[in-house]
Design a protein around this ligand. Structure first.
Ligand code: AR6
Length: 194
């Protein structure tokens, strides 16, 4: 029996880009940018937002204060403070209210707008958490499908991005993403598991 816990991972190639699922903590990722699931004040909170500000130090919050907030579905960039990641992309997911309040469109927009910022900044690698699936209550399976499909569509059209990693906090989130990715692989042209 091994004493080491090997977190779950899955890798898929989409053209020249790698899409990874890992179980872990996003604050520890060595990528160009990590994405924060923020609220519209951009002034911090609990969950992944709290973890990123704790690990990244006060400089991130100072930069956030200058931004004047962010509406749901949009994204803003700060530096990464003390994190390994050079940048934090702060995006605001929808609060899930049953599905009739444009939640799917807003969640799609979070992923797309975050990647657009990364592209505009010339970045090659981005890590995402499962936006809106904690305090904001988005059902995990549906959020996973939207996140993966939006990122896969984006990667096909933007070859500059070489790596997108979904960092899932806990086994339930990881398994929901893995199942959603396996379903998408059956219908997505050109994507293959590594
Ligand atoms: N690394 C990766 N994922 C994490 C981490 C971590 N260190 N910590 C939590 N998660 P949430 P939301 C997962 O609630 O639903 C904040 O207070 C978590 O298990 O962080 O978009 C903001 O300020 C879940 O799967 O974000 C907003 O007010 C996912 O991250 C509000 O919460 C998202 O959960 C945003 O709610």
């Amino acid at each position: 029996m091994s004493l080491f816990f090997q977190g779950e991972t899955m890798e898929v190639m989409i053209g020249g880009a790698k899409l990874e699922l890992v179980e872990g903590d996003i604050t520890r990722q060595d990528v160009d940018a990590i994405v924060n699931a923020a609220n519209s004040s951009l002034l911090g909170g609990g969950g992944v937002d709290g973890a990123i500000h704790r690990a990244g130090g006060p400089r991130i919050l100072e930069e956030c204060r200058q931004l004047g907030g962010c509406p749901a579905g949009e994204a803003r960039l700060t530096t990464g403070g003390n994190l390994k990641a050079r940048y934090v992309i702060h995006t605001v997911g929808p609060i899930y209210q049953g599905g009739g309040q444009r939640e799917a469109q807003l969640l799609t927009s979070c992923y797309r707008e975050s990647l657009k910022l990364a592209t505009a900044k010339g970045l090659n690698s981005v890590a995402f958490p499962a936006i809106s699936t904690g305090a904001y209550g988005y059902p995990l399976a549906e959020a996973a499908r939207i996140a993966l499909k939006t990122v896969m569509d984006y990667l096909v059209q933007h070859p500059q991005i070489k790596l997108v990693r979904f960092v899932l906090f806990g086994a339930a989130a990881y398994e929901a993403y893995e199942q959603a990715l396996r379903e998408l692989l059956r219908v997505f042209p050109g994507a293959r598991e590594q």
